[in-house]
Every structure is written in structure tokens, then in C-alpha cells.
Ligand binder design. Structure first.
Ligand code: NAG
Ligand code: NAG
Ligand code: NAG
Ligand code: NAG
Ligand code: NAG
Ligand code: NAG
Length: 801
């Protein structure tokens, strides 16, 4: 068998190996790469690690986290981030300690996302990057002169011995799953007092220490302008404004951190060996007194066991389902119009702080109602002990038994009574949408030597591949080991690609209830995953394939990353069940779009032609793994919300090798009638050119709207020479249809109603016909197709016959 030998040759020279490497220092001129899973810097005692941390789909930040007790990369406790607001791509990004002594974080497109600006100040001494046992990442020279340290630019966390100073406020994260800068900050104010500020999109307000109490009464002073605070290793916090506290576990030798949490509270957390983090101090005991918690027109409620939650005021609904700080919006138009009849809806134990339009003592309830009616923009009022507070904005809402008085909302009169929505506790909320970075990777620029080596190996691989391919379309893994530890390491890996349980998928698809398609080897269902992502789950027909073999193939496919290839998120292999989980594509397949009175105008069709060509070119050439699709057809080209195409179902031919070798000629043939290259039929060696042929047919279909199965794309029928019929029909029209232009009118999809460019169609058709040449050597490669499509406008550069 040739495969193992071939795999070995790949493994030896692959520039991006997946083995993990932990460094203690990083020297000048070297770098940490996002491509290598586990390429991290560790502190000497192993308590901290620094490396690329996933913050979303294909999005990474360079971070420092606690690595003891060990954590899986998705739920480590992060204490610092270099680029929290500018994540980098999941491939080709790196943190580089450059020759000039500057530390720079470089994105896949080679832009510098973050740097330490230590390039010039250097002198000539060699610098190195080291993660100290305190969690401080320092750039220093051999004489221990520190040029830069992470302790000087904290994000949301202060570690023991780190100084909080006038220049370095702590800023919360946006939410539990969103590490970018949030709205809460702990900082030294102009009067030297350490404060908490909510700096939201709609309001801005200080909420700690309590503004209704004087600085003195809060135990602070504004006279010491050194503006510095620290927490020591025993849990003793001291600040220059006289704020002092000891944590509840003062003295114990444990790991600690002080964090401004995304909910706006400041907490000190402690952790002893192998235990969960526990809170040993917090600034606010009632989280509902934290400003901005629930946003406008909503109220905060707090339950000691369930935690904090928000509810919309009656008559209002949520603005953004993933983000309570956006609050709620009115379900009605306006109560400012005198023609609108209004009523007052009472809610006891509720209040909104601030934004009063005056306060009137000695009012009866009726007088207060009258006052609010007379004020156009009065949204309601608080009525408490004969005092009346009309509100122009409903902010800082609280709803709890401890609140005195009641709120009366002014709402349009309704024949159905207003209800308070049920309380949703925080845990039930879906996280914010994930960050998704476009996968626009620059082509790597290898050194000449590597390039030659690659070409050499690819050539050998190609030759061997052709030999092997006389049996079936196949797919090579970069990773030689199959199954076992290596696979597991990969799954914990940075792409978020993971294993799902069957039960999980059963739940996500609601017991496989919503079928969205049938493709080679299985039925596809719509699913909503537990993290709220919408997915397509393909349930494969029973495959006679061992689990390890399946895993090896699946993880290879999962590793393919291109904006024009469907993204695989994971798989399930349990007992006889084999399922694949893909991203969900809003606009379905190209086949569906072509067979309906369609939205596909000429420019969309062209983008689809170009995008699918890019995806296939990547499969064939750019990625070292040599993957043939073997079943290119409109059913396997899916369209996202913007009609960008993504090629689906690649690599399946290997996974689905049901009948395997035993069934001679039948099992050899892959693909779909109408789109199959002649090589299949004439028993000739199969190369990437089979995909080029099928792609050519798809192009003809895009232009003419006719399926190779005969007639317009939606009609059924045809015989064994279907593709030839479409091809020769177009050739015939082209040959006989002089003067130029008339033949184009004849063949073009009537649904395009004249809105296209004759010249461009001509070029596209010429290329399609070249792709479907009988002689495979006369067909272009997929990357030549991409080149030609990219230059189709520059008439001089077109070199087509
Ligand atoms: C480094 O960052 C500074 C700002 O922090 C910026 O002004 C400078 O241009 C950056 N240098 C590079 C090489 O990107
Ligand atoms: C995180 O929040 C920022 C600010 O609202 C937003 O721009 C970004 O897209 C969010 N990313 C995620 C993880 O949802
Ligand atoms: C806490 O630290 C401060 C300043 O370092 C010190 O004066 C104080 O005695 C410490 N308190 C305790 C209980 O150790
Ligand atoms: C101001 O605060 C710093 C840090 O806590 C302290 O060392 C210093 O003695 C204080 N100065 C005065 C005048 O109290
Ligand atoms: C409210 O009314 C009471 C008696 O009716 C009176 O004594 C008091 O002065 C009034 N308060 C104000 C602020 O007008
Ligand atoms: C409420 O009023 C609307 C029109 O104002 C009417 O369409 C609806 O049927 C009414 N509902 C009930 C329950 O009376």
C-alpha cells in the first residue's frame, strides 16, 4: 500500500505541524504561532500560560491565563489580553519578538494589530520575553532591564502585586463570552478617589462608592494624589484613597485575582488547589444597584439563589436578545400624541432611579396622574408616601420586594391587560453572537528552498496519487496517526471543531424533525446548537467504517479552512451513528435557487462562479492535502445570506466508502449523472480534472439556466449523455449563431431578461466549454479558472480560444 509512505513524506516536511510546544522564553527573532496548537509560553512554576486564546469563530486574542489546575482552552481563566478589541485570524497569525526588539502581534494579512513600541529604545542588547510566576509577561534583556510588561496594561484583572495606577483603569469584558472592552471601569477619578463607572452607549454614570453618601462617609479621602492600589498575596487590598479591605480568606496561601466582572461588580476571587474560583470579596452586594445592568425600560430583579435578571416593563419588549444592557423598546408608538387614549398600569415594589421631571410633595394619586398626563413625554411616575415623581426616561429600574412605593406606567389604552413578562434568569440567556472573522488568508510566502521542496513532494504526491486514484477519489490526512491521543488533542484544538454526543444532536435537531436536504450518503437536518448557533446536521447512512478511520477523515476535513468551503464544526460517532455538523447556509443550494423564479441576477451568478472556483482551487492546490471533490454539482454549492457560495460535501467520497473495493466498477464511479467527466466511464485515471469538468457543466447551467439533465433546470428527465447534450447544444449555437451576439441571446437563461453583458457571457461560455473538453489535458486547472475569472473584465488579458 502506498498511502503510509506518502503520508510519511508529507509529515516530514509539513511546515505547520500540529505538535504542541511549550516555551519558557521567547528569543529575539522568534515567534509563537496560532497555527500550532499549544504553542505557548509558560511561567516557570507552570501556574500561568500565554498564547493564542479563542474568542470566537476563527478569532483569537493573545492572552495570559491560569493554567493550574489545567483547563481546556475554551474555559481557562484569562487574566490579560493584548488585543481584546482586535482579534486575529485563526490561521497564519503570530506573536513575533522581532529582530529590532519589538514585540508585535501580526494578523494573517500581515497587519500589526498590537505592538510594544520597544523597537527603537533598544540599544543593542538581546531581548527576551518571559512569563514570570506572578503572571507578569515581561520583555527584558539579560541584565534584567524591563522594557515592557503586561502588568502595565491590565485589561479587566489585577493580580497580586500588580499596581492599579492613574493610567491603567481596569475595564470589564463585554459579556461572559465576549472578551472585548465592556462598559464598566474601575479607575482613579480626578479627585483621587477609586470609583466604578458605567460608560454605556446611552448613559454614563458613577455607581460606586454610593453617590448619595459623602466621600468621607464612604471611608475614602481625596487628599492623596499618588493614585495607586494593590492587592497582596494574602488578600490585603490597600488604595491611596484609603480604601482598605481584607478578603474573607485573608492569610491563606491561595491563587487570587481582582476582576471587574462583565456584570459591573468588582470581585476578588480565590482558588486553592484543584478547586473552583470562589468570591472572597465584592464591591456591591446587591447587583441591582449596579448601573446600566438592565438598560432602558427594563428592571433588575435579584434573587440570592437564581442570581440577577432583567425584565422588560409592561408594554415594552427586548431590544437585543443577547444583550440586556440594550434594555427594552416600546411596543407602542408614542404616548405623546393627545389623540392616543392612555391608561396607567400600576406595578408595586418597582422604581426607576433618576430622570425625574421634578418631585411634588403632598400629591394625591389622582393629582399625580393628571400631572403625568399633562406632560407630553412623561412615561410614567413613581408614587411613594404622597410624593409624585414623573419620569421622562425609565432607567436604572429595580423590581424587588425591598423597594417601597409603586411605578405607574403611562401606556396606550388596551382592551387586553398588560402583563409583566416572566422573569428570565441570566443562565437561560443565549450568549451574544460569536465574532466571526472572514477567512481571508494570505497565501504563504515560503522561502525558495521550501517552495522547491514542496513542489517536489507535491509532484511525487501527485504521481502516487494518480496511481492510487484509479481505485477511488480519496483524501489524504496531514496527520499520520489515526485515532487515539492525537485526534483528541486536535479536538481540544483551536478551531472549535469538536465531537458532539448523539443525544446533544438529537436535542439540537428536535429529534431530527426539520429536514432541509438530502445529499450523497445522508439526510440533512436543521439544528440549533446549545450555544445558539444554527447548524446543518448531516446524518450519514450507515457506513461500514471503523470509528478511528472515520475520525481521521473527519478531522482532516474539519481542518480545511476557506471562505468558499462549507465550515465543518464537528461530528458525532457513537455506535452505528455517524453525523457531521456544518454551518447552516441561509439561502440553500444553488440547485434550489436555479430552479425557482430566482433572485439570481447576473452579478450574483458571476460571484457564485468565481467563489466556487476559488473553493475548488483551494481543495486542489493551495492546501497541501490533495483533495478531490468528485461530486461538483449545483446541489453541493450552498449560498450564504449574501449569496456567497460555499462548496459542500467535499471529502465525503472517502468517508462514505461503503461498498469499498469489493464492488469493482460500480463503486469506482463517484459523482452524479450529468456532471461526470468521461474519465469515469472510460476507466481512465482520475485526476483533479474530473472536478474541472463538473464545474464546467455547472457554469453552463448558470449561464443557460438549463440542467444537463435536460430542459430548464427544474425539469426532470435525460439520458446517459445528458452533459454532452447541454455541451453540444451550446457549442452548436455558438458555431452557427453568427453574427456574434445572436447566439448569446439564444442560450442565456431567459430569467436574466437582458440584464447582462454579452462580452462577459461570451468569455464565461468559452471558459466553460474549455472545462468540459473530452481530453482532460485540454482543460484548465481550477486556479487557472480563478485567474481567468478575475481578469475577465480586462479584455486584452483574456487568452481563450
Ligand atoms: C506600534 O504601536 C504604536 C502605538 O502603540 C503605533 O504608533 C506604531 O505605529 C506601531 N508600530 C508598528 C510597527 O505597527
Ligand atoms: C463583542 O462586543 C463588541 C462590542 O459590542 C462587538 O463589536 C463584537 O462584535 C462582539 N463580539 C462578540 C463576541 O459577539
Ligand atoms: C495591609 O497592608 C497595609 C499596607 O501594606 C499594611 O499597612 C497593613 O498592616 C496590612 N494589613 C494587614 C492586616 O496585614
Ligand atoms: C498616599 O498613598 C500612598 C500609597 O498608599 C502611601 O504610600 C502614602 O503614604 C500616602 N500619602 C499620604 C500623605 O498619606
Ligand atoms: C403637606 O401637607 C401638610 C398638612 O396637610 C402640611 O403640614 C405640610 O406642610 C405640607 N407639606 C408641604 C411640603 O407642602
Ligand atoms: C381589541 O381591540 C382590537 C382593535 O382595537 C380588536 O381587533 C380586538 O379584537 C380586541 N380584542 C379583544 C379581546 O376584545
Amino acid at each position: 500500500m502506498k498511502i503510509p509512505l506518502l503520508l510519511l513524506s508529507f509529515a516530514l516536511i509539513l511546515p505547520f505541524s500540529v505538535t504542541s510546544s511549550v516555551h519558557l522564553t521567547l528569543r529575539q527573532g522568534s515567534s509563537l504561532s496560532v497555527d500550532k496548537f499549544g504553542d505557548t509560553l509558560a511561567s516557570e512554576d507552570g501556574a500561568f500560560a500565554a498564547g493564542f486564546y479563542p474568542v470566537g469563530e476563527n478569532a483569537y486574542c493573545f492572552a495570559i491565563w491560569f493554567s493550574k489546575p489545567s483547563c481546556s482552552i475554551h474555559d481557562c481563566t484569562v487574566v490579560w489580553m493584548a488585543n481584546r478589541d482586535h482579534p486575529v485570524n485563526g490561521r497564519s497569525s503570530k506573536l513575533s519578538l522581532r529582530k529590532n526588539g519589538e514585540l508585535a502581534l501580526i494578523d494573517a494579512d500581515r497587519t500589526v494589530v498590537w505592538n510594544t513600541s520597544t523597537g527603537s529604545s533598544s540599544g543593542s542588547s538581546m531581548k527576551l520575553l518571559q512569563l514570570l510566576d506572578t503572571g507578569n509577561l515581561v520583555l527584558r534583556d539579560k541584565q534584567n532591564v524591563v522594557f515592557w510588561q503586561s502588568f502595565d496594561s491590565p485589561t479587566n484583572t489585577l493580580l497580586p502585586l500588580q499596581k492599579l495606577t492613574r493610567n491603567t483603569p481596569l475595564v470589564s469584558s463585554r459579556s461572559k463570552n465576549n472578551f472585548s472592552s465592556g462598559y464598566y471601569r474601575l479607575y482613579f477619578d480626578n479627585d483621587n478617589v477609586l470609583r466604578l463607572l458605567f460608560d454605556g452607549p446611552k448613559i454614563k454614570s458613577v455607581y460606586w462608592p454610593d453617590l448619595t453618601v459623602s466621600i468621607w462617609d464612604s471611608g475614602r479621602t481625596s487628599f492623596n494624589d499618588s493614585r495607586v492600589a494593590t492587592l497582596d498575596a494574602y488578600g490585603n487590598f490597600t488604595s491611596s484613597d484609603d480604601l482598605k479591605f481584607l478578603t474573607s480568606d485573608y492569610g491563606a496561601k491561595v491563587r487570587r485575582r481582582l476582576t471587574v466582572d462583565y456584570d459591573g461588580n468588582v470581585r476578588v476571587y480565590s482558588q486553592s488547589e484543584a478547586e473552583e474560583w470562589s468570591v472572597s470579596w465584592q464591591a456591591k452586594s446587591n447587583p441591582c444597584t449596579i448601573c446600566g445592568t438592565c438598560g432602558p425600560n427594563s428592571m433588575c430583579t435579584y434573587h440570592p439563589r437564581e442570581g440577577r435578571s432583567c425584565i422588560c416593563a409592561p408594554g415594552y419588549e427586548r431590544e437585543d436578545l443577547s444583550d440586556w444592557t440594550q434594555g427594552c423598546k416600546a411596543k407602542f408608538n408614542s404616548v405623546c400624541d393627545s389623540k392616543v387614549e392612555t391608561e396607567f398600569v400600576e406595578l408595586p415594589h418597582a422604581n426607576f432611579y433618576g430622570y425625574d421631571k421634578g418631585s411634588s410633595p403632598n400629591y394625591t394619586l389622582e393629582m399625580c396622574k393628571k400631572k403625568c398626563l399633562d406632560l407630553c413625554n412623561c412615561l410614567g411616575f413613581q408614587y411613594k408616601y404622597t410624593k409624585c415623581y414623573p419620569k421622562s426616561l425609565l432607567l436604572n429600574g429595580q423590581y424587588s420586594p425591598g423597594v417601597d412605593g409603586a411605578i405607574y406606567f403611562k401606556l396606550p389604552k388596551s382592551n387586553v391587560s398588560y402583563k409583566l413578562p416572566r422573569t428570565e434568569y441570566a443562565a437561560l440567556q443565549c450568549p451574544a453572537n460569536e465574532v466571526l472573522l472572514p477567512r481571508t488568508y494570505v497565501k504563504r510566502k515560503e522561502s525558495l528552498a521550501i517552495k522547491i521542496l514542496l513542489i517536489f513532494v507535491t509532484a511525487i504526491a501527485g504521481m502516487e496519487a494518480i496511481a492510487v486514484l484509479t481505485v477511488w477519489c480519496f483524501l489524504l490526512g496531514t496527520r499520520p496517526e489515526k485515532g487515539g491521543a492525537h485526534i483528541d488533542g486536535y479536538h481540544a484544538g483551536p478551531t472549535g471543531f469538536r465531537r458532539f454526543t448523539y443525544d446533544e444532536l438529537k436535542k439540537a435537531t428536535r429529534n431530527f424533525s426539520e429536514e432541509i436536504g438530502r445529499g450523497s450518503g445522508g439526510i440533512v437536518y436543521k439544528a440549533v446548537l446549545s450555544d445558539c448557533r444554527v447548524a446543518a446536521v448531516k446524518r450519514l447512512n450507515e457506513a461500514n467504517q471503523g470509528e478511528n478511520e472515520f475520525l481521521a477523515e473527519v478531522s482532516t476535513i474539519g481542518n480545511l479552512n476557506h471562505m468558499n468551503l462549507i465550515d465543518m464544526w464537528g461530528y458525532c460517532a457513537e455506535g452505528k451513528h455517524r453525523l457531521l455538523i456544518y454551518e447552516f447556509m441561509e439561502h440553500g443550494s444553488l440547485a434550489e435557487n436555479l430552479s425557482s423564479p430566482t433572485e439570481l441576477d447576473w452579478s450574483k451568478r458571476f460571484e457564485i462562479a468565481l467563489g466556487s472556483a476559488r473553493g475548488l482551487a483551494y481543495l486542489h492546490e493551495e492546501f497541501l492535502e490533495w483533495v478531490l471533490h468528485c461530486d461538483v454539482k449545483p446541489q453541493n454549492i450552498l449560498l450564504d445570506s449574501t449569496y456567497q457560495p460555499k462548496v459542500a460535501d467535499f471529502g465525503l467520497s472517502k468517508i462514505l466508502k461503503r461498498e469499498g473495493l469489493k464492488n469493482s466498477i460500480f463503486s469506482r464511479i463517484r459523482g452524479t449523472r450529468g456532471y461526470m467527466a468521461p474519465e469515469w466511464v472510460y476507466n481512465m485515471p482520475v485526476t483533479a480534472k474530473v472536478d474541472v469538468y463538473s464545474y464546467g457543466i455547472v457554469l453552463l447551467e448558470l449561464v443557460t439556466g438549463r440542467s444537463p439533465m435536460g430542459g430548464l433546470a427544474n425539469t426532470e428527465g435525460g439520458d446517459e449523455n445528458e452533459s454532452k447534450r447541454l455541451t453540444s447544444w451550446v457549442r452548436e449555437r455558438k458555431r452557427t449563431g453568427v453574427p456574434m451576439g445572436t447566439w448569446i441571446k439564444e442560450i442565456v437563461d431567459p430569467r436574466l431578461t437582458g440584464e447582462f453583458d454579452n462580452r462577459k457571457i461570451e468569455v464565461l461560455v468559452a471558459m466553460a466549454l474549455q472545462c468540459v473538453e473530452e481530453d482532460r489535458d485540454a482543460r484548465p486547472t481550477m486556479s487557472q479558472v480563478v485567474e481567468m475569472l478575475l481578469h475577465y473584465g480586462d479584455e486584452d488579458e483574456m487568452i481563450l480560444v
